[in-house]
Design a protein around this ligand. Structure first.
Ligand code: SF4
Length: 138
């Protein structure tokens, strides 16, 4: 899922320089992600870098938009077609393959993602119930 930034953004600017696709820019008083430039960092990082650096936890998936690793990788290749930096697909450059990294993620970060999904899809308060297999794993 390509990512978006919510209205909770405090415009700290931490996300802008870490996006490998230069897909984040300031718009008005907040930052926004160009959804066509977001590759979930596939091709370059095993975790979405804007999520990693955001102090407000306000970078999350766009509800209802799901793209495969292949589609995201092709997007990354197109964006960087004329760059000396070429995307690759490894455990270090794709969260789809980062099994080892995923295993070392904290339960809290998993909860954050699930809360994000439920919250955005239900359009309500952040969900307090997390699937048992998520809450208990890790
Ligand atoms: Fe950029 Fe990665 Fe965030 Fe997408 S997930 S906006 S590619 S930093």
């Amino acid at each position: 899922m390509p990512l978006m930034i919510t209205e909770d953004c405090i415009a700290c600017g931490a996300c802008e320089p870490v996006c490998p696709n230069k897909g984040i820019r300031k718009s008005g008083v907040v930052y926004v992600i160009d959804r066509d430039s977001c590759t979930e960092c596939v091709g370059f990082f095993s975790k979405q870098q804007c999520v990693v650096v955001c102090p407000m936890d306000c970078c999350g998936p766009i509800p209802g938009v799901v793209l495969t690793e292949e589609a995201l990788f092709e997007r990354a290749r197109a964006i960087h077609a004329n760059s000396h930096l070429q995307p690759t697909l490894t455990e270090q450059t794709s969260h789809f393959r980062a099994t080892a990294n995923r295993n070392s993620q904290t339960t809290a970060s998993r909860r954050k993602w699930w809360q994000w999904l439920f919250w955005r899809e239900e359009g309500s308060e952040p969900c307090s119930s997390v699937p048992a297999n998520v809450a208990e794993s890790g």
